[in-house]
Design a protein around this ligand. Structure first.
Ligand SMILES: [Zn+2]
Length: 129
């Protein structure tokens, strides 16, 4: 993956713009109250269209993870850890675990950011101290 060339559209673009200020957001449904990620046109809970981005908490729990040892593209630094992190707000985010620690399932983790060349950033998680 070329981290500097993540495509967006009218649904995901506003979410990515928030990452410029290092704000992690989830899409909140005004009809049923569901919080979802990634951003979608419709609520996956009720099909409603009244969705808005709201600030997410900075903490989560490791749901599953795997360590990647073989670079998917030339130049990608390995190894790295990808994980499903369940946010305190409910949704699961496919993300990276960073920092020097051995992750395990159900481990509490806290948000950090991996800067992208264009000013946006990838949300990542690290061990909660
Ligand atoms: Zn809904």
């Amino acid at each position: 993956m070329n981290d500097g060339d993540i495509p967006t559209d009218e649904v995901t673009g506003p979410w990515w713009e928030q990452t410029r200020q290092r704000r992690l957001t989830v899409q909140h449904c005004a009809v049923c109250g569901l919080a979802q990620l990634p951003p979608r046109l419709l609520c996956t809970g009720c099909g409603g269209e009244r969705l808005a981005l709201v600030a997410a908490g900075r903490r989560g729990i490791v749901d599953a993870y795997t360590v990647v040892h073989r670079a998917p593209t030339p130049g990608t630094a390995v190894p790295y850890t990808i994980a499903r992190v369940r946010l305190v707000d409910g949704p699961i985010l496919l993300t990276r675990l960073v920092g020097d620690f051995e992750p395990h399932c159900d481990q509490p983790v806290v948000l950090t950011w991996l800067p992208l060349p264009d000013g946006r950033a990838l949300p990542a998680f690290t061990r909660e101290l």
